[in-house]
Design a protein around this ligand. Structure first.
Ligand code: C2E
Ligand code: CA
Ligand code: CA
Length: 406
């Protein structure tokens, strides 16, 4: 059960907490007045009188150190109690630098108060946690700097995972997936750096690179494809676009320009967006998507069913393709319900006349089952992992086909 917010009453003269005590609550004064004071060599030194609308006890609530002063009600007082557990989670998920700033300010304030009360020692009790907080903040600044440097040094590259037509078994498109090349020839997964890129805003630059590079590569991939399979449609290029890239309308013009300049016909370009874009700000999302659609590109909704989805947005937005998340594909052959849920998603997409791409196909039977459900396309390790550009070229040249029963 979530924490209750509750009130408490103190009569005039009553002590609310004493200096040196451990305490995990802060108090918001609704009515009355309190006196905050310290004891210096047996002498009472009043620091403040505070009343309605003020907060006290907040320092210990945040850093869990002993109370640095005593608080007594000077009038009949009513307070709302704020529990440490209510702020712990937001504090822990806050930007590490903000967290560090908050704790540094707190420590300095406590030191000043200690000096006033004749306590010489620094606020040692919070020393350890401050070190940890400081380490986190530095680690974060470092990763941010590395990411920026990587962009400058051209350390990102695009890999391509084939998206296969489930009926014919041929390549129908590719999903462009970014990789961060390391000195040892290995790659850092986007799962490791995309969240930071989104938090810092660097995703805007990274996203431009991803679109530019994948469209540049598409020109060669599609030329090779046309040579090897002249009777099949040219594969589309599906590129991931972060919500942050679409949150500013001028950025959409830049993306449009990149598509224009690439010379790739827009009908061969698909942009993958996630549910959060539509949930966070539906009106803006509708505008952004309409603007993108004007260029002639198609839009796919990625990881469908994993967000906080309200099905209502499906018909409110100009979506062409629905990507069934890997989680549903995995569960499909585990339980009857798993299969039913995947089937319902497929039916829903078909009813809305959307294309379906099933993600994360790792075994042949999944491919067959998804084909039976009417899914048009599939991608997954069973067919191919994401490949560096030359390997994607070679795959096309091999004129490969994947059949559900193979
Ligand atoms: P996503 O868009 O859902 O991409 C599909 C992910 O599933 C890829 O992970 C792919 O390698 C992986 N995958 C494909 N088939 C299988 C399979 O059969 N089994 C399993 N276990 N995994 C499979 P990857 O490349 O690590 O990318 C992770 C995520 O990072 C992507 O998820 C996407 O959200 C993000 N991402 C990747 N590239 C970009 C990019 O250029 N821009 C943005 N904004 N995000 C990107
Ligand atoms: Ca994707
Ligand atoms: Ca996905």
């Amino acid at each position: 059960m979530p924490e209750m917010i509750y009130s408490k009453q103190f009569a005039a003269g009553e002590t609310i907490f004493s200096m040196g005590e451990r305490g995990r609550n802060a108090y918001f004064i609704e009515k009355g007045e309190v006196e905050v004071f310290i004891d210096r060599d047996g002498e009472k030194v009043v620091l403040a009188h505070i009343g309605k609308g003020d907060i006290f006890g907040e320092m210990s609530m945040i850093d869990d150190a002993p109370r640095s002063a005593t608080v007594t009600a000077t009038k009949d007082t009513e307070v709302i109690v704020i529990e440490r557990s209510q702020v712990l989670q937001p504090l822990q998920s806050a930007n590490p630098m903000m967290n560090l700033l908050l704790h540094v300010v707190l420590t300095r304030f406590r030191d000043a108060q200690n000096q006033l009360s004749g306590i010489r020692a620094r606020s040692a009790d919070v020393g350890n946690s401050l070190d940890e907080i400081r380490d986190l903040a530095f680690a974060r600044i470092n990763s941010e700097r590395n990411l920026l440097q990587a962009l400058d040094d051209n350390e990102f590259e695009m890999h391509y995972q084939p998206i296969v037509a489930l009926d014919g078994g041929h390549i129908a498109g590719f999903e462009a997936l970014i990789r961060w090349r390391q000195e040892d020839g290995g790659f850092v997964s986007p799962v490791e750096f995309i969240p930071l890129a989104e938090e810092t805003g660097l995703i805007v630059e990274i996203g431009r690179f991803a679109l530019e590079q994948s469209l540049r590569d598409h020109r060669s991939l599609s030329a090779t494809f046309a040579e090897i399979c002249p009777d099949l449609p040219v594969p589309f290029m599906s590129v991931n676009v972060s919500g942050l890239q679409l949150s500013r309308l001028p950025e959409i013009d830049i993306l449009k320009q990149i598509i224009d300049d690439s010379g790739v016909p827009p009908e061969h370009v698909k942009l993958e967006i996630t549910e959060s874009l539509m949930v966070d700000n539906p009106e803006h999302a509708a505008d952004a998507l309409r603007k993108l659609k004007q260029t002639g590109v198609s839009i796919a909704i990625d990881d469908f069913g994993t967000g906080y989805s309200s099905l209502s947005y499906l018909h409110q937005f100009p979506l062409d393709t629905l990507k069934i998340d890997r989680a549903f594909v995995i569960n499909m052959d585990k339980t009857d319900n798993g299969r039913r849920i995947t089937a319902s998603i497929a039916h829903l997409a078909l009813a809305l006349e959307m294309n379906i791409v099933a993600e994360g196909i790792e075994e042949a039977p999944q491919m067959a089952a998804l084909c039976d459900l009417g899914c048009h396309y599939g991608q997954g390790f069973h067919m191919s992992r994401p490949l560096p550009f030359p390997d994607a070229q070679a795959l096309i040249e091999s004129n490969v086909r994947w059949h559900p029963d193979a």
